[in-house]
Design a binder for this molecule. Structure first.
Ligand SMILES: [Zn+2]
Length: 470
C-alpha cells in the first residue's frame, strides 16, 4: 500500500469546545470523515482486493434486492441463489436494467423494506435532457456517500477550501452561500459559494466572474468554452482563478488547452449522473478518470455483452452499491466510455480513459461503423465569423451543420468550411450547411455539439476505435 504522503490539508471544525486539534467533528460530519479516511486507504488496494470488497457489498445488497424488490424477485428467477456469495459470474448472469425499465417499473423497483438506518427515501427525477426523464429514490445513506465522494474530489485535487467557489449550472438555486455545500458544511469552514444560472448571457457571466474573483469555478463544458473564448477576445484574465471543474456534458478535445490559454488554469472533469451519483473522478495526476469503486461497480460492455479491455469502447453498465431504497443493478445508463489500463499513479481504482456521451451522440454510418464526433472548434472556426454551431445526423447519409454567424460567410469561406469538415468525416456522408439565428440548449441546459436523429443509433455500435472526427 502506498503511504499517504499528503495529510488532510483542511482545518476541521470541532464540535467539542477546546478540542481544536485533533478535531472532533459533529456526528454527521465525523461519519463522512471516517468514510473518507477509509477510502484514502482503499484507493491504493490492488484491483483484485477492491473487487473482493465490492463482491462482499454486492452479496449484502443483492440479497436485499432479492428479498424486498419485486422487480428483481421476478427477473432473477433461476439466475440468483441467495444462499451463495455473489461472484463476478453471478453479476454477469443477471439481466440488464434499462432506462425504460426504470421509467415503467418505478413501483416494482422500490424496496418494500428499507433499513431504518439508511434514512428517509426521497423521490428524485433526472432532467431527461437527452432521453426521457427517469424517477428514482435516494436515501440519507446515498447522500452521505455523494458528499464523501465530493470531499474525495476536493482532496485529490488539493483544493484550498478557504477560496470562493463559483458555480454556473441549471440547478443553481442559490446566489450566495456561506459554505461550499452539504459535503463541507459542519466539517470544514470554507470560503463562500456563489451561483448563477446557465441561461445567463456569456458576457454577463464573464463580468460577474471578473468582479467576484473566485478561486474555483464549476460549470458545464459548453459554458466554459464560450466563457474562455470571450475571455480571450475581451482580454479578461480572471485573476485569482486556480482551477475550473466541469460536469454534466462530454468534454471536448480542446477545452483543457483553451482554459490554459484563457486563464492559465487546469481543468478537472467529473463523471456523474443524477440517478447513480459519482461514477468516476479525474485522477489527481492524469486527465483520465478513476471509477469510484467504493460506491458503484462499472462494467463497460461490448456489443456482445462482454467486458471491454483497455483501449476498447463500450456501454456503461452500473450497479450502485449503497442504494437500498431502489437498488439499480446492472443499470444500462445509455453512456459510452473507453476503458483504460491500470493508472501509473498507483491507485487500484479502475480507469476510464474517455467518456463519450450517450447513444444519441454517436454517429453510426450507413455501413454500420460507429464514430464519436468530438468537434474541435479551433480548426474549423479559424478565420471564420462562426459564433456557434451544432452538427445533427439527419439520416445515416446526411449530416447537417447548423451554424450561427456574425456576418454571412462568403462563398469561399463556405467552401472552405465544407472542405474542412468533409475531410474528417467518414466516407459516404453528405454535408448540409444551415444558417440559424441561435442554437438553443436543451430543457436541462445541456448542450450537445453533435447528436443523431437516426432512430436506434448505437444498436450497431462496434466498440469503436474512432478518434475525434474534426
Ligand atoms: Zn490515477
Amino acid at each position: 500500500m502506498k503511504p499517504n504522503a499528503n495529510p488532510l490539508p483542511w482545518r476541521l471544525q470541532s464540535a467539542v469546545p477546546g478540542a481544536v486539534w485533533p478535531a472532533i467533528p459533529a456526528p454527521g460530519a465525523a461519519t463522512a470523515l471516517a468514510l473518507l479516511q477509509q477510502m484514502e486507504q482503499s484507493q491504493w488496494h490492488e484491483p483484485q482486493v477492491i473487487e473482493t470488497c465490492q463482491l462482499r457489498q454486492m452479496t449484502a445488497l443483492f440479497n436485499h434486492a432479492w428479498a424486498t424488490v419485486p422487480w428483481y424477485r421476478e427477473r432473477w428467477q433461476g439466475l440468483f441463489d441467495a444462499a451463495a456469495p455473489v461472484t463476478r459470474e453471478t453479476l454477469e448472469r443477471l439481466p440488464l436494467l434499462t432506462r425504460r425499465d426504470l421509467q415503467d417499473g418505478f413501483e416494482a423497483l422500490k424496496s418494500t423494506q428499507l433499513p431504518r438506518e439508511h434514512g428517509q427515501a426521497q423521490v428524485q427525477r433526472t432532467s431527461g435532457s437527452t432521453g426521457a426523464p427517469v424517477t428514482f429514490l435516494v436515501t440519507g445513506l446515498t447522500t452521505l456517500y455523494w458528499n464523501v465522494f465530493t470531499l474525495r474530489d476536493h482532496l485529490w485535487h488539493r483544493r484550498d477550501l478557504g477560496q470562493k467557489l463559483a458555480v454556473v449550472r441549471h440547478s443553481s438555486k442559490f446566489d450566495r452561500a456561506r459554505n461550499w455545500g452539504s459535503a463541507t458544511a459542519g466539517l470544514v469552514e470554507t470560503g463562500p459559494a456563489i451561483g448563477h444560472s446557465i441561461r445567463t448571457d456569456v458576457d454577463e457571466l464573464l463580468t460577474w466572474l471578473d468582479t467576484e474573483r473566485p478561486g474555483y469555478f464549476s460549470t458545464h463544458p459548453s459554458i466554459l468554452e464560450s466563457l474562455a473564448r470571450r475571455s480571450i477576445a475581451r482580454r479578461v484574465r480572471l485573476e485569482g482563478l486556480l482551477e475550473v471543474r466541469t460536469l454534466a456534458e462530454a468534454l471536448g478535445p480542446d477545452l483543457r488547452d483553451l482554459c490554459r490559454e484563457a486563464w492559465d488554469v487546469p481543468l478537472t472533469d467529473v463523471y456523474s449522473t443524477t440517478d447513480t451519483g459519482y461514477v468516476a473522478l479525474q485522477c489527481p495526476e492524469h486527465t483520465h478518470y478513476h471509477v469510484q469503486a467504493e460506491g458503484l461497480v462499472v462494467e463497460v460492455l461490448d456489443q456482445h455483452g462482454r467486458r471491454c479491455g483497455p483501449g476498447e469502447i463500450g456501454r456503461v453498465v452500473i450497479s450502485t452499491l449503497q442504494n437500498y431504497a431502489m437498488p439499480l443493478i446492472r443499470y444500462d445508463i445509455g453512456d459510452y466510455a473507453e476503458v483504460g489500463p491500470p493508472c501509473p499513479c498507483g491507485r487500484g481504482l479502475p480507469v476510464l480513459t474517455r467518456i463519450l456521451g450517450r447513444v444519441r451522440n454517436m454517429l453510426v454510418t450507413a455501413d454500420g461503423k460507429s464514430y464519436w464526433p468530438a468537434f474541435s472548434m479551433v480548426s474549423i472556426r479559424e478565420n471564420m465569423p462562426i459564433r456557434q454551431w451544432q452538427f445533427v445526423l439527419k439520416t445515416p447519409a446526411l449530416l447537417e451543420a447548423r451554424i450561427v454567424v456574425d456576418t454571412p460567410l462568403s462563398e469561399t469561406q463556405e467552401g472552405d468550411l465544407r472542405k474542412r469538415v468533409m475531410s474528417k468525416l467518414p466516407p459516404g456522408l453528405e454535408l448540409r450547411i444551415t444558417y440559424c439565428e441561435k442554437i438553443e440548449r436543451s430543457a436541462s441546459g445541456k448542450f450537445e455539439d453533435f447528436y443523431s436523429e437516426v432512430s436506434g443509433a448505437g444498436r450497431s455500435a462496434q466498440g469503436g476505435n474512432s478518434p475525434a472526427l474534426v
